[in-house]
Design a protein around this ligand. Structure first.
Ligand code: SAH
Length: 287
């Protein structure tokens, strides 16, 4: 069978199945032959591992994962891709593709059912319109995964891998730092996709900490605080949090003093330790 990175074959298989890529579903398929093998290898696709993929497209990465790992389970939203996948992945017996929305799917259950007695990793070229919420979901649901290796837009990669307490950071930066460590693996130019998107991409990897390291007493308060803070990141954090938690501004100033912080500080200037400390003071005041 011809390779899916062969643009003539890709176009032929798509048109034979009456398939056209959808912008709104973030469909940009990898056609650079060096990308998927590299992603699969760095993404822990190997013996002993089950790999969860989100968004198969025509199966170009799925294939490389299935060649190397014990099993691949993937969630794909676009029903119109299924006849194509039937053809492109026909030689593999260790792939299960589920029709569904990865944002709504019970991924924990899927992992428990599909990957018994295997280590688990996520490896995917994500649909970019849901990059942050999807990564947040993967992290917050505490899925038993060792690594999350994903292709994202270059700007998103910068944000995900930024240090907490830097201007490039965001709510997702804090979430990533809370659960693990993110590093950029390699850049991927826009010409590596069909159709080519307007931006370059990068593959990043989040390595999950095996256990919690931050000793946050109340995760709900911590993440509510982080979300509220970054939604108005240029404002003074104490004012933003007073509104978000229904506490008077005067009282919130005292909360900040208790945490050893200036009430005029912005969230993007705080380190992880400072955020944790502040969340304890906020939780105590809003209890
Ligand atoms: N992995 C493939 C395709 C990447 S494009 C490749 O690298 O070539 C992103 C894929 O995600 C598309 O196939 C799109 O249909 C799918 N997708 C978009 N939104 C989704 C969602 N909410 N849940 C699952 N898959 C989704």
């Amino acid at each position: 069978m011809p390779e899916l990175t062969d643009l003539n074959y890709l176009r032929e298989v798509m048109s034979r199945n009456g398939f056209q890529t959808s912008k709104s579903l973030g469909q940009n398929f990898i056609i650079n032959p060096s990308v998927c093998p590299k992603m699969a290898e760095l993404g822990n696709a190997k013996a002993g591992f089950g790999i969860l993929e989100i968004g198969t497209g025509v199966g170009v990465l799925t294939k490389e994962l299935a060649k190397r790992a014990d099993k691949v389970a993937a969630v794909e939203l676009d029903q119109k891709l299924f006849p194509i996948l039937e053809e492109t992945l026909s030689e593999f017996e260790n792939i299960r593709i589920i029709h569904g929305d990865a944002m709504k799917y019970d991924l924990k259950k899927l992992i428990a059912e599909e990957f018994q007695n295997m280590d688990v990793a996520v490896c995917a070229n994500l649909p970019y319109y849901i990059t942050s919420p999807l990564i947040m979901k993967l992290l917050e649901e505490k899925l038993p995964v060792k690594t999350i290796t994903v292709m994202v837009q270059k700007e998103a990669a910068q944000r995900l891998c930024a240090p907490v307490g830097s201007r490039e950071s965001g709510a997702v930066t804090v979430a990533v730092a809370y659960y693990g460590k993110a590093v950029k693996l390699f850049d991927v130019s826009r010409g590596s996709f069909y159709p080519a998107p307007n931006v370059d991409s990068a593959v990043i990897q989040i390595e999950r900490y095996p256990e919690n390291i931050w000793e946050v007493q109340n995760e709900t308060v911590f993440f509510r605080m982080v979300r509220a803070g970054f939604s108005q990141r240029r404002k003074q954090l104490s004012g933003v949090l007073a509104g978000a938690f229904g506490i008077s501004k005067a009282e919130m100033k005292e909360v900040f003093a208790q945490a050893g912080l200036s009430p005029s500080v912005r969230i993007e200037a705080l380190t992880m330790q400072e955020l944790v400390r502040l969340s304890h003071a906020v939780a105590a005041a809003s209890a």
